[in-house]
Design a protein around this ligand. Sequence first.
Ligand SMILES: [Zn+2]
Length: 258
Amino acid sequence: MLRAAASAAAAGALATGCDPHRDEDTGTAPSAGGPGPSGAGQVPPAPVRAARPPTRAPGLPVQIEHGPRTGKAVALTFHGAGDPKLATALLAEAERAGARVTVLAVGSWLDAQPRMARRILDGGHELGNHTLHHRNIDALPAAEAYAEITGCADRLRKLTGTIGSWFRPSQTRRATDLVVGLARKAGYPHVLSYDVDSLDANDPGAPAVQRTVLDSVGPGSVVSLHLGHAGTVAALPPILDGLRRRGLRAVTTTELVT
Ligand SMILES: [Zn+2]
């Protein structure tokens, strides 16, 4: 069923939108032995940063694709799933450069990696909802789509105290009107889309990810990226360098739009 499809996912070359070839990726695959450059087991016992409730951005559309074009900020937004070592390495690279990111977490990933919620918030990053199982939410009957949204919201509330700042639909760039309505019913005033697709889920290599992002990004951009991909981790420092050279800062999505 879903897991069988996910484990056979090597062929998914038709990616448009957010990682459509993976229904569920909880990062439970065995990792390579030996000490990594920044171990995933180093979550400090610090108090959890306050999790933000859903963001309301007056004057912006219900479905947000980008922030103000007149400012100097961009939002790097991540599909939250995959190997926690790669996720932790990516967050550390962002923090080293003074950047903050937005992670839209898949609920089943939070079940498998509950400590990642704290790690993301403790780094000053923003956390949101990317459905429970990362199914093609625009194609689901209303009741199932709603359960996908609230299932992830429940996990975020249990781990952080709120349902997260944002909702991003799974396997699609834009939500249908039905899904937008269901997200609002679940407590999210906006649906977070994006205007720059890094195509990093296809694993094209770090130079291609860097080029794709820097060729398209501009003031106000919301960039779609993925945790759990080594090429994305390697691409992040040069992406942040390129942004800095253009006078752009990577901030949380809430900071971008409010
Ligand atoms: Zn996704």
